[in-house]
Design a protein around this ligand. Structure first.
Ligand SMILES: [Zn+2]
Length: 250
C-alpha cells in the first residue's frame, strides 16, 4: 500500500531496512485504493485517504530521501508510485467540461462522469546525448545544477519532432554544435519529471566553437576519461553513459 502525504511516503522500517507497508499493517483504511502495479508479485495500491491513528511502527519519509538508502527497488517503485499519485491528483476533474473524473474501469486512466472524456498518464519524451569527438566527451553544467556538476546535453522533444531532430536541435541550441552519426543507446523512465529519457550517442567536432546558451548552460567543455568533472550517479542514464565512457566502452 502506497500512501503519500505531500512529498513524503509512508514506510515501515525494520531490521533489514525500509519496506512498503502491507494492507494488514494499515488500520482504518477508508478507501479501496487505486491499483498501481505488481511489485515482487504483490499487487500494490495507492491509498489516498488514510486515518493514521496508532500507526507507531510506520513513519513518513521524504521521497527524495529514498535515493540515499541502499534499496534500489524500494526507491524505484516509490518514485513511480509518486508520479502516478501526482498524476491522479492533477486529474480529479475533466479537462474538457470540468465535471468530476473517476477511475477508468479497466485501463490506467481516468474518465469524466459527464462527457466520458478519457485521460491517460502523461509521459514526456526527452533526449539525452553522449557527444563524442576522438577520445573526448562533451559535458555541460546546467544553470540550475549544483556547482561543478556536469552532465550530458538533454532536452524535451517538441510537438511534431522526431527524437533524432530533438538531438540535433538541443545540441545546437544548448552548446552551438552540429552533430552526425546519431545512434540510439537505450531508454530510462524518469518519474521525477514524468519523462522518458531516450539516450543517444552522436559525433561532433571539438574544433567547432562552443556557444553555450546562457539561459540553460553555465559551462560546457570536452573531457577525456582521465579528467572528468563530477557527474550524476550511475542510477541515471546520464551517469551510466558517462561511466561507460570512462571505462572505454561507450
Ligand atoms: Zn468531461
Amino acid at each position: 500500500m502506497f500512501h503519500f502525504r505531500e512529498n513524503t511516503l509512508l514506510l515501515l522500517k525494520n531490521e533489514s531496512g525500509y519496506a512498503i507497508p502491507t494492507k494488514g499493517l494499515l488500520k482504518n483504511v477508508v478507501d479501496q485504493g487505486v491499483f498501481l502495479f505488481e511489485f515482487d508479485g504483490i499487487p500494490c495500491f495507492l491509498i489516498r485517504d488514510l486515518d493514521l491513528a496508532d500507526q507507531d511502527i510506520l513513519a513518513y519519509y521524504e521521497v527524495n530521501f529514498l535515493r540515499n538508502i541502499n534499496q534500489g527497488e524500494i526507491d524505484w517503485v516509490s518514485v513511480v508510485a509518486f508520479q502516478l499519485r501526482n498524476w491522479y491528483a492533477q486529474h480529479r476533474f475533466c479537462g474538457i467540461c470540468g465535471a468530476a473524473a473517476q477511475q477508468h474501469p479497466f485501463e490506467r486512466a481516468v474518465q469524466c462522469t459527464a462527457c466520458n472524456h478519457v485521460a491517460y498518464p502523461t509521459i514526456s519524451p526527452a533526449i539525452i546525448v553522449a557527444l563524442k569527438c576522438k577520445n573526448k566527451l562533451l559535458l555541460a553544467r546546467g544553470v540550475r545544477f549544483p556547482e561543478a556538476f556536469y552532465s550530458l546535453v538533454a532536452g524535451y522533444t517538441d510537438v511534431g519532432e522526431t527524437v533524432e531532430q530533438t538531438v540535433a536541435r538541443e545540441v545546437k541550441e544548448e552548446v552551438g554544435l552540429d552533430v552526425w552519426n546519431v545512434k540510439y543507446y537505450g531508454s530510462q523512465p524518469w518519474p521525477y519529471s514524468g519523462s522518458m529519457m531516450l539516450g543517444f550517442i552522436a559525433e561532433a567536432d571539438d574544433t567547432q566553437p562552443l556557444i553555450p546558451d546562457p539561459h540553460e548552460i553555465a559551462d560546457a567543455g570536452w573531457f577525456t576519461a582521465e579528467n572528468l568533472p563530477s557527474y550524476p550517479p550511475a542510477r541515471s542514464i546520464a551517469g551510466e553513459m558517462i561511466e561507460k565512457f570512462k571505462a572505454g566502452i561507450l
